[in-house]
Ligand binder design. Structure first.
Ligand code: IDP
Length: 161
C-alpha cells in the first residue's frame, strides 16, 4: 500500500561521477557540481587525484579488449580527475541522462557531454552505468570512511543558538 515501507522512494542510491582530466583542465568542475546540486542530489564523497593506470585498468576492466583501451588509460591518467559520490532517488539512471550519450556527437544539447564536448576521446565526465557498476566503482575509488552521511540544515530547526 501507499504507506508501506517498500513504496517509499530509495533516496540512498549512490553513483560515482568523475570529472575527467579534460573537464578539470577546461575548468568545468564547478559547473558539473552545480548541475548535480541543483538537480537535488547529495554529495557524500569528493576528492581530486591523478589516477594510476592500475586503478584505471580495474575501473575500465570491461573495455580491455577495445582498440581504444590503451589510449583511454593514457587520457584518464594524463592529469588530475575529480571523483565524487552522489546520492539520491534513482541517481544512477538520472545521472546517465544528465551526462548524455558516450559519443558527444550524439549527446543532446542540455546534457553535460552535449554542452561541453565534441569528441568521444575527450568527453569530460564519467558516470556509473548501473547500480551494480556504481557499487563496484565506489568501492574501487573510495574508502568507506571517505563517504559521509549528513543531514540538511533546513530539515529540522532544533538548533540551540
Ligand atoms: P560511458 O563512459 O558513456 O559509460 P563506455 O562505453 O563505458 O562509455 O566507455 C568508457 C569511455 O571510453 C568513454 O566515456 C570514452 O571516454 C571512451 N571511449 C568509448 N568509446 C570510445 C571510442 O570509440 N574511441 C575513443 N574513446 C572511447
Amino acid at each position: 500500500g501507499l504507506r508501506s515501507k517498500s513504496s517509499l522512494p530509495d533516496v540512498k542510491e549512490r553513483t560515482l561521477i568523475a570529472v575527467k582530466p579534460d573537464g578539470v583542465q577546461r575548468r568545468f568542475i564547478g559547473q558539473i557540481i552545480q548541475r548535480f546540486e541543483q538537480r537535488g542530489f547529495k554529495l557524500v564523497g569528493l576528492k581530486m587525484l591523478q589516477a594510476s593506470e592500475d586503478l584505471l585498468s580495474q575501473h575500465y576492466s570491461e573495455l580491455r579488449t577495445k582498440p581504444f583501451y590503451p589510449r583511454l588509460l593514457k587520457y584518464m591518467s594524463s592529469g588530475p580527475v575529480v571523483v565524487m559520490v552522489w546520492e539520491g532517488h534513482k541517481v544512477v539512471q538520472t545521472s546517465r541522462t544528465m551526462v548524455g550519450h558516450t559519443n558527444p556527437a550524439e549527446a543532446l544539447a542540455g546534457t553535460i557531454r552535449g554542452d561541453f564536448s565534441f569528441h568521444v576521446s575527450r568527453n569530460v565526465i564519467h558516470a556509473s552505468d548501473s547500480e551494480e557498476g556504481a557499487q563496484r566503482e565506489i568501492q574501487l575509488w573510495f574508502k568507506g570512511r571517505e563517504l559521509l552521511n549528513w543531514d540538511c540544515c533546513d530539515q529540522s530547526l532544533t538548533l540551540a543558538v
